[in-house]
Design a protein around this ligand. Sequence first.
Ligand code: SF4
Ligand code: SF4
Length: 439
Amino acid sequence: MFKTFRPGGIHPSENKLTAGSKIRGLPIPGQVSIPMNQHIGASPKILVEKGDMVKVGQLIAQEEGFISANIHSSVSGKVLKVDAVVDMSGYKRKAITIKVEGDEWLEEIDTSTELVKEISLERHEIVRKINESGIVGMGGATFPSHVKLMLPRGKKAEYLIVNGAECEPYITCDHRLMLEDPESIIEGIKVVMKALGVKKTIIGIEDNKPDAIKILKKLLSKQKKISVGTLKSKYPQGAEKQLIYALTSRVVPSGGLPMDIGVVVLNVGTISSIANIFKTGLPVTERIVTVTGNGVNNPNNLLVRLGTSFEDCVNACDGLKDNVEKIISGGPMMGVAQSNLQATINEGTTAILVLDKKEAKVVHPENCIRCGSCIYACPIGLMPLSIAATADKGDFDLAEKLGAKDCIECGICTYICPSRRSLVQSIRLAKSILNKRRI
Ligand code: SF4
Ligand code: SF4
């Protein structure tokens, strides 16, 4: 029997339209706009100004504070402006816009290098190199990876869990990575295992990706410390707490972190990028993005330089159809709706999803009929209807008592509600107000 979590969960239609589409390199665009808020935590300090010339891999913004991340240029060319632009969150935020000229790389980057077989660096040196590279969670969470690898005094990691679940409908960037470059995932795992000093790694993959499971199992057949855990296809199987429970039977306490129970979780894309850092010295300058949905003419998986506009990505997939209803950054369950295609790709952009009128019907909420479906399906065991109702009334203290902060914003309650109530939206509002109060 395949591993999974409890309670709750659903299995929405998978719609993995691009599962068979090989990753295609997108030509370098004429201009990129690299967002400075592409990670959780403090904004980095901007190191360039209008008129500066930059190369691929050059540090253009330096981390500030413990939870922050460096940002490097993804292209070579001239800085056109350092300005506030509307990003994928819908807010105006700082970005560095660069007009591309050629494709000149920093001299110390060597992309011809073979994958590293043996890392001679000490643990702290590995973490420092990952820190310098500015890599953040590429599954969408965008938490700085080096922070996860800095074990607090007295804590010991026992498991590294590698997240290849990709449970959101439509998205296939991790699936294609596992099929097309599985060696980089294994090499990245070896680097991180050394950094953490862990003896066991499990790569969690849902059973709807049997080809990826087969290929990784074959490559790992002689490895005792790294294994593949086959997961039942169930949403949100890729959420950190749900993944940990499915693969180790350990429970992350409310308000706690995976590290509290000896586990570190990294996404397959993050792990693969870590291997590239140690192979070539190249920090994160590109990522795989799934451009999909029935509103796109030719859905595809693209390898894209960071800062490329959504519009350039969609145009590379033969543009939009006439029947577009909704554009989303990310998947349909947790993604963020876009008002246009001007936002740009950051390290956490897994997908650009364009839904047609059939896929994204406009719905009008009705009264709650007390059916209990949202409670039954919530993977955290919360009462979404009660939290949302208290949030709607402005009683955020009661929302907190009911567990609003534990909500992982998976969107199941909204998805499943027969009255089409915007439950997760109300809970998200309560969470953001409660978080602001804490600052
Ligand atoms: S969004 Fe929050 S409350 Fe709703 S099902 Fe997910 S975890 Fe539960
Ligand atoms: S699923 Fe919707 S209708 Fe059913 S109890 Fe929850 S909020 Fe009410």
